[in-house]
Design a protein around this ligand. Structure first.
Ligand code: NAP
Length: 336
Protein backbone atom coordinates (compact mmCIF):
# COMPACT_ATOMS: atom_id res chain seq x y z
CA UNK A 1 0.00 0.00 0.00
CA UNK A 2 1.27 3.50 -0.85
CA UNK A 3 2.25 5.51 2.20
CA UNK A 4 2.35 9.16 3.17
CA UNK A 5 5.50 10.47 4.83
CA UNK A 6 4.58 12.99 7.54
CA UNK A 7 6.40 15.09 10.10
CA UNK A 8 4.45 15.39 13.31
CA UNK A 9 4.96 18.01 16.00
CA UNK A 10 5.64 15.46 18.75
CA UNK A 11 5.86 18.00 21.56
CA UNK A 12 5.49 21.77 21.85
CA UNK A 13 8.95 23.26 22.44
CA UNK A 14 9.87 24.60 25.85
CA UNK A 15 12.41 27.32 25.10
CA UNK A 16 14.25 27.11 21.80
CA UNK A 17 12.97 24.83 19.05
CA UNK A 18 15.05 21.65 18.67
CA UNK A 19 14.85 18.69 16.31
CA UNK A 20 13.40 16.40 18.98
CA UNK A 21 10.15 18.38 18.82
CA UNK A 22 9.47 16.59 15.52
CA UNK A 23 8.89 12.97 14.52
CA UNK A 24 8.93 11.44 11.03
CA UNK A 25 6.08 8.98 10.45
CA UNK A 26 4.70 6.88 7.62
CA UNK A 27 0.89 6.81 7.40
CA UNK A 28 -1.51 5.26 4.91
CA UNK A 29 -2.15 7.30 1.79
CA UNK A 30 -5.33 9.41 2.29
CA UNK A 31 -8.23 8.92 -0.15
CA UNK A 32 -10.43 11.81 -1.38
CA UNK A 33 -14.17 11.65 -0.68
CA UNK A 34 -16.96 13.35 -2.61
CA UNK A 35 -16.03 16.93 -3.56
CA UNK A 36 -12.49 16.40 -2.28
CA UNK A 37 -9.08 16.56 -3.92
CA UNK A 38 -5.91 14.53 -3.24
CA UNK A 39 -2.76 16.63 -3.60
CA UNK A 40 0.95 15.87 -3.55
CA UNK A 41 3.21 18.45 -1.91
CA UNK A 42 5.79 19.89 -4.29
CA UNK A 43 7.23 22.84 -2.33
CA UNK A 44 6.86 23.41 1.42
CA UNK A 45 7.28 26.98 2.64
CA UNK A 46 9.50 27.38 5.69
CA UNK A 47 8.38 30.51 7.52
CA UNK A 48 9.51 32.26 10.66
CA UNK A 49 5.83 32.31 11.64
CA UNK A 50 5.82 28.47 11.82
CA UNK A 51 7.51 28.88 15.22
CA UNK A 52 5.02 31.57 16.34
CA UNK A 53 2.16 29.15 15.70
CA UNK A 54 3.65 26.96 18.46
CA UNK A 55 3.32 29.80 20.99
CA UNK A 56 -0.49 29.91 20.90
CA UNK A 57 -3.27 31.26 18.72
CA UNK A 58 -2.18 33.96 16.27
CA UNK A 59 -4.04 34.92 13.09
CA UNK A 60 -4.63 31.17 12.94
CA UNK A 61 -5.21 28.49 15.56
CA UNK A 62 -2.45 27.30 17.88
CA UNK A 63 -0.54 24.13 17.00
CA UNK A 64 -0.88 21.15 19.31
CA UNK A 65 1.37 18.20 20.10
CA UNK A 66 0.63 15.13 18.00
CA UNK A 67 -0.60 16.90 14.87
CA UNK A 68 1.06 17.00 11.48
CA UNK A 69 3.16 20.17 11.46
CA UNK A 70 1.26 22.97 9.72
CA UNK A 71 2.79 24.59 6.68
CA UNK A 72 1.87 26.41 3.51
CA UNK A 73 2.61 24.48 0.32
CA UNK A 74 2.43 24.45 -3.43
CA UNK A 75 0.96 21.10 -4.37
CA UNK A 76 -0.03 19.12 -7.43
CA UNK A 77 -3.45 17.58 -7.85
CA UNK A 78 -3.20 13.78 -8.00
CA UNK A 79 -6.87 12.82 -7.95
CA UNK A 80 -9.93 15.06 -8.00
CA UNK A 81 -13.55 14.36 -7.11
CA UNK A 82 -14.47 17.93 -7.97
CA UNK A 83 -14.99 19.17 -11.54
CA UNK A 84 -13.00 22.34 -10.79
CA UNK A 85 -9.67 20.52 -10.49
CA UNK A 86 -7.85 17.95 -12.60
CA UNK A 87 -4.69 15.89 -12.08
CA UNK A 88 -1.60 17.99 -12.75
CA UNK A 89 -3.14 21.27 -11.58
CA UNK A 90 -0.91 23.28 -9.25
CA UNK A 91 -2.63 24.67 -6.17
CA UNK A 92 -1.88 26.62 -3.02
CA UNK A 93 -2.78 24.34 -0.11
CA UNK A 94 -2.15 24.09 3.61
CA UNK A 95 -0.81 20.55 3.21
CA UNK A 96 1.51 20.87 6.16
CA UNK A 97 4.69 18.85 6.51
CA UNK A 98 3.60 15.76 4.61
CA UNK A 99 3.78 14.30 1.12
CA UNK A 100 0.05 13.99 0.47
CA UNK A 101 -3.11 15.66 1.79
CA UNK A 102 -6.83 15.65 1.01
CA UNK A 103 -8.83 18.89 0.98
CA UNK A 104 -12.37 19.99 0.11
CA UNK A 105 -12.01 21.68 -3.29
CA UNK A 106 -13.09 25.03 -1.80
CA UNK A 107 -9.94 25.20 0.30
CA UNK A 108 -7.61 25.14 -2.71
CA UNK A 109 -6.44 28.08 -4.80
CA UNK A 110 -5.33 27.33 -8.35
CA UNK A 111 -1.94 28.74 -9.38
CA UNK A 112 -1.25 29.75 -12.96
CA UNK A 113 2.45 29.02 -13.00
CA UNK A 114 4.65 31.59 -14.70
CA UNK A 115 8.36 30.76 -14.80
CA UNK A 116 9.82 28.86 -11.87
CA UNK A 117 7.31 27.20 -9.56
CA UNK A 118 9.30 28.39 -6.53
CA UNK A 119 8.65 32.02 -7.50
CA UNK A 120 5.05 31.42 -6.38
CA UNK A 121 6.38 30.90 -2.85
CA UNK A 122 8.92 33.70 -2.97
CA UNK A 123 8.48 36.85 -4.96
CA UNK A 124 5.04 36.14 -6.50
CA UNK A 125 3.64 34.33 -3.46
CA UNK A 126 2.71 35.31 0.07
CA UNK A 127 6.28 36.48 0.76
CA UNK A 128 6.45 38.99 -2.08
CA UNK A 129 2.86 40.08 -1.48
CA UNK A 130 3.61 40.71 2.21
CA UNK A 131 6.50 42.94 1.22
CA UNK A 132 4.42 44.70 -1.45
CA UNK A 133 1.26 45.42 0.56
CA UNK A 134 3.07 46.05 3.84
CA UNK A 135 5.45 48.57 2.35
CA UNK A 136 3.12 50.31 -0.10
CA UNK A 137 -0.26 50.19 1.72
CA UNK A 138 0.95 50.56 5.32
CA UNK A 139 4.38 52.24 4.98
CA UNK A 140 3.41 54.50 2.08
CA UNK A 141 6.97 55.59 1.23
CA UNK A 142 7.64 58.70 -0.83
CA UNK A 143 10.61 59.06 -3.21
CA UNK A 144 13.61 60.44 -1.35
CA UNK A 145 12.47 59.10 2.02
CA UNK A 146 14.59 56.68 4.05
CA UNK A 147 13.21 53.16 4.46
CA UNK A 148 14.72 50.87 7.10
CA UNK A 149 13.94 47.14 7.00
CA UNK A 150 14.96 44.39 9.43
CA UNK A 151 15.61 40.72 8.59
CA UNK A 152 16.58 42.43 5.33
CA UNK A 153 18.38 39.42 3.86
CA UNK A 154 15.42 37.17 4.66
CA UNK A 155 12.47 36.26 2.47
CA UNK A 156 10.22 39.22 3.12
CA UNK A 157 12.89 41.79 3.93
CA UNK A 158 14.91 41.54 0.74
CA UNK A 159 11.79 42.18 -1.36
CA UNK A 160 10.79 45.14 0.83
CA UNK A 161 14.18 46.76 0.31
CA UNK A 162 14.17 46.17 -3.44
CA UNK A 163 10.64 47.59 -3.86
CA UNK A 164 11.62 50.62 -1.77
CA UNK A 165 14.59 51.21 -4.10
CA UNK A 166 12.23 51.00 -7.09
CA UNK A 167 10.18 53.74 -5.40
CA UNK A 168 13.20 56.04 -5.26
CA UNK A 169 13.84 55.68 -1.54
CA UNK A 170 17.11 55.48 0.35
CA UNK A 171 17.16 51.95 1.76
CA UNK A 172 18.96 50.67 4.83
CA UNK A 173 18.84 47.00 5.82
CA UNK A 174 19.44 45.26 9.14
CA UNK A 175 20.90 41.75 9.07
CA UNK A 176 22.98 39.56 11.34
CA UNK A 177 26.27 38.95 9.56
CA UNK A 178 28.82 40.96 7.58
CA UNK A 179 28.23 38.58 4.66
CA UNK A 180 24.50 39.28 4.62
CA UNK A 181 25.13 43.04 4.89
CA UNK A 182 27.57 42.87 1.97
CA UNK A 183 25.02 40.90 -0.06
CA UNK A 184 22.41 43.63 0.50
CA UNK A 185 24.63 46.51 -0.56
CA UNK A 186 26.66 44.79 -3.28
CA UNK A 187 24.03 42.51 -4.86
CA UNK A 188 20.64 44.09 -4.13
CA UNK A 189 21.48 47.78 -4.30
CA UNK A 190 20.72 48.72 -0.68
CA UNK A 191 22.34 52.02 0.26
CA UNK A 192 23.59 50.71 3.60
CA UNK A 193 23.28 47.67 5.84
CA UNK A 194 23.82 47.38 9.59
CA UNK A 195 24.70 44.18 11.52
CA UNK A 196 22.32 43.84 14.48
CA UNK A 197 24.62 41.56 16.48
CA UNK A 198 27.36 44.22 16.62
CA UNK A 199 27.65 45.61 20.14
CA UNK A 200 27.67 49.13 18.64
CA UNK A 201 24.48 48.44 16.62
CA UNK A 202 22.79 51.68 17.73
CA UNK A 203 25.83 53.74 16.74
CA UNK A 204 26.10 52.02 13.38
CA UNK A 205 22.37 52.49 12.74
CA UNK A 206 22.66 56.19 13.54
CA UNK A 207 25.59 56.55 11.13
CA UNK A 208 23.68 54.69 8.39
CA UNK A 209 20.58 56.90 8.75
CA UNK A 210 21.95 60.46 8.85
CA UNK A 211 18.57 61.88 7.77
CA UNK A 212 16.59 59.68 10.17
CA UNK A 213 14.05 57.02 9.15
CA UNK A 214 10.68 57.74 7.54
CA UNK A 215 9.44 54.15 7.17
CA UNK A 216 10.60 51.27 9.34
CA UNK A 217 9.42 47.86 8.06
CA UNK A 218 9.68 45.76 11.22
CA UNK A 219 10.06 42.01 10.80
CA UNK A 220 11.72 41.35 14.14
CA UNK A 221 10.55 43.56 17.04
CA UNK A 222 12.78 43.42 20.15
CA UNK A 223 16.04 45.36 20.35
CA UNK A 224 16.06 46.30 16.65
CA UNK A 225 12.63 47.92 16.98
CA UNK A 226 13.84 49.60 20.17
CA UNK A 227 16.77 51.12 18.30
CA UNK A 228 14.72 52.05 15.20
CA UNK A 229 12.18 53.99 17.28
CA UNK A 230 14.85 56.53 18.24
CA UNK A 231 15.83 57.04 14.56
CA UNK A 232 12.27 57.73 13.37
CA UNK A 233 11.48 61.11 11.85
CA UNK A 234 8.34 63.05 12.74
CA UNK A 235 5.26 61.55 11.07
CA UNK A 236 7.22 58.37 10.35
CA UNK A 237 5.47 55.04 9.79
CA UNK A 238 6.37 51.74 11.48
CA UNK A 239 5.04 48.73 9.57
CA UNK A 240 4.57 45.88 12.07
CA UNK A 241 4.98 42.76 9.92
CA UNK A 242 6.21 40.28 12.51
CA UNK A 243 8.28 39.73 15.62
CA UNK A 244 10.90 37.09 14.76
CA UNK A 245 13.12 37.99 17.72
CA UNK A 246 10.35 36.81 20.07
CA UNK A 247 9.23 33.63 18.27
CA UNK A 248 11.82 31.05 19.34
CA UNK A 249 11.07 31.22 23.04
CA UNK A 250 8.37 30.32 25.55
CA UNK A 251 8.85 33.67 27.23
CA UNK A 252 8.55 36.59 24.74
CA UNK A 253 9.95 39.90 26.03
CA UNK A 254 7.68 42.94 26.44
CA UNK A 255 7.72 45.69 23.83
CA UNK A 256 10.59 48.18 23.79
CA UNK A 257 10.95 51.46 25.70
CA UNK A 258 9.58 54.37 23.72
CA UNK A 259 6.16 52.82 23.07
CA UNK A 260 3.97 54.79 23.33
CA UNK A 261 6.01 57.86 24.36
CA UNK A 262 7.98 58.24 21.12
CA UNK A 263 4.85 57.59 19.07
CA UNK A 264 3.35 60.67 20.68
CA UNK A 265 6.28 63.07 20.52
CA UNK A 266 7.30 62.08 16.97
CA UNK A 267 3.66 61.75 15.75
CA UNK A 268 4.38 58.22 14.50
CA UNK A 269 1.93 55.75 13.03
CA UNK A 270 2.66 52.16 14.06
CA UNK A 271 0.40 49.69 12.27
CA UNK A 272 0.21 45.93 12.00
CA UNK A 273 -1.23 44.03 9.06
CA UNK A 274 -1.95 40.52 7.80
CA UNK A 275 -1.25 40.13 4.12
CA UNK A 276 -4.45 38.22 3.25
CA UNK A 277 -6.56 41.23 4.31
CA UNK A 278 -5.12 43.14 1.35
CA UNK A 279 -6.03 40.66 -1.40
CA UNK A 280 -9.44 42.25 -1.98
CA UNK A 281 -12.79 40.42 -1.85
CA UNK A 282 -12.36 38.93 -5.32
CA UNK A 283 -8.56 38.66 -5.19
CA UNK A 284 -8.22 41.53 -7.68
CA UNK A 285 -5.71 43.46 -5.58
CA UNK A 286 -3.63 40.32 -5.20
CA UNK A 287 -3.67 39.68 -8.95
CA UNK A 288 -2.62 43.26 -9.67
CA UNK A 289 0.22 43.10 -7.15
CA UNK A 290 1.39 39.75 -8.55
CA UNK A 291 1.36 41.24 -12.06
CA UNK A 292 3.46 44.18 -10.91
CA UNK A 293 5.96 41.96 -9.09
CA UNK A 294 6.22 39.63 -12.11
CA UNK A 295 6.83 42.66 -14.35
CA UNK A 296 9.70 43.85 -12.16
CA UNK A 297 11.22 40.35 -12.16
CA UNK A 298 10.90 40.02 -15.95
CA UNK A 299 12.50 43.44 -16.43
CA UNK A 300 15.44 42.48 -14.24
CA UNK A 301 14.49 45.16 -11.67
CA UNK A 302 13.69 42.74 -8.85
CA UNK A 303 16.09 39.94 -8.07
CA UNK A 304 14.62 36.67 -6.78
CA UNK A 305 16.52 35.41 -3.74
CA UNK A 306 15.71 31.81 -2.85
CA UNK A 307 17.12 29.22 -0.47
CA UNK A 308 15.70 25.77 -1.29
CA UNK A 309 16.62 22.50 0.43
CA UNK A 310 15.77 18.97 -0.67
CA UNK A 311 13.76 16.37 1.21
CA UNK A 312 10.83 16.53 3.63
CA UNK A 313 13.00 15.04 6.38
CA UNK A 314 15.13 18.21 6.31
CA UNK A 315 12.20 20.52 7.16
CA UNK A 316 12.87 20.60 10.95
CA UNK A 317 16.54 21.56 10.46
CA UNK A 318 15.53 24.11 7.82
CA UNK A 319 13.18 25.87 10.26
CA UNK A 320 15.56 25.73 13.24
CA UNK A 321 18.34 27.15 11.06
CA UNK A 322 16.08 29.93 9.69
CA UNK A 323 15.23 31.06 13.22
CA UNK A 324 18.99 31.32 13.88
CA UNK A 325 19.46 33.42 10.73
CA UNK A 326 20.90 30.68 8.51
CA UNK A 327 18.79 31.51 5.45
CA UNK A 328 19.38 33.95 2.61
CA UNK A 329 16.08 34.86 0.96
CA UNK A 330 13.02 32.63 0.74
CA UNK A 331 13.55 29.24 2.34
CA UNK A 332 11.52 26.25 1.20
CA UNK A 333 11.76 22.47 1.00
CA UNK A 334 11.46 20.55 -2.27
CA UNK A 335 9.35 17.55 -1.27
CA UNK A 336 10.05 14.64 -3.58
N1 NAP B 1 2.04 40.16 8.57
C1 NAP B 1 1.98 39.22 7.62
O1 NAP B 1 0.97 39.03 6.92
C2 NAP B 1 3.20 38.36 7.39
C3 NAP B 1 3.27 37.45 6.33
C4 NAP B 1 4.45 36.72 6.13
C5 NAP B 1 5.53 36.91 7.00
N2 NAP B 1 5.39 37.78 8.04
C6 NAP B 1 6.50 38.05 8.97
O2 NAP B 1 7.61 38.45 8.20
C7 NAP B 1 8.78 38.27 8.99
C8 NAP B 1 9.84 37.59 8.15
O3 NAP B 1 9.44 36.26 7.98
P1 NAP B 1 10.06 35.34 6.85
O4 NAP B 1 9.26 34.08 6.85
O5 NAP B 1 10.22 36.14 5.62
O6 NAP B 1 11.47 34.93 7.46
P2 NAP B 1 12.92 35.36 7.03
O7 NAP B 1 13.04 36.83 7.13
O8 NAP B 1 13.30 34.69 5.76
O9 NAP B 1 13.77 34.67 8.18
C9 NAP B 1 13.78 35.14 9.47
C10 NAP B 1 14.99 36.05 9.71
O10 NAP B 1 14.83 36.68 10.97
C11 NAP B 1 16.08 37.12 11.40
N3 NAP B 1 16.17 36.98 12.87
C12 NAP B 1 16.04 35.87 13.61
N4 NAP B 1 16.16 36.17 14.93
C13 NAP B 1 16.39 37.51 14.99
C14 NAP B 1 16.60 38.43 16.07
N5 NAP B 1 16.62 38.01 17.35
N6 NAP B 1 16.78 39.72 15.77
C15 NAP B 1 16.78 40.15 14.49
N7 NAP B 1 16.58 39.34 13.43
C16 NAP B 1 16.38 38.03 13.68
C17 NAP B 1 17.13 36.24 10.71
O11 NAP B 1 17.91 37.11 9.89
P3 NAP B 1 19.34 37.66 10.39
O12 NAP B 1 20.33 36.58 10.06
O13 NAP B 1 19.53 38.90 9.62
O14 NAP B 1 19.23 37.89 11.88
C18 NAP B 1 16.31 35.30 9.83
O15 NAP B 1 16.92 35.07 8.59
C19 NAP B 1 8.34 37.47 10.22
O16 NAP B 1 8.18 38.35 11.31
C20 NAP B 1 7.00 36.90 9.80
O17 NAP B 1 6.18 36.60 10.90
C21 NAP B 1 4.25 38.50 8.24
Amino acid sequence: MATNQQIVLAALPQGRLTADAFQLLESPMPAPGAGEVLTRTRLLSIDAANRAWMQGATYRGALGAGQVMDGFTLAEVVKSNDPGFAPGDIVEADNGWQQFAVHPAGRLTRVTVRGELSHHLSVLGVTGLTAYFGLLDIGRPEPGETVLVSAAAGATGNVVGQIAKLHGCRVVGVASSADKCAFLTEQLGFDAAVPHRDENFRGLLKAATPDGVDVYFDNVGGDVLGAALWRMNQHGRIVCCGVVSQYDTSDPAPGPRGVPGLLVTKRLRMEGFIVMDHFGPDGAARAKAEETLAGWVAAGQLRVVEDGVDGLERAPAALIDLLAGGNLGKRFVRVT
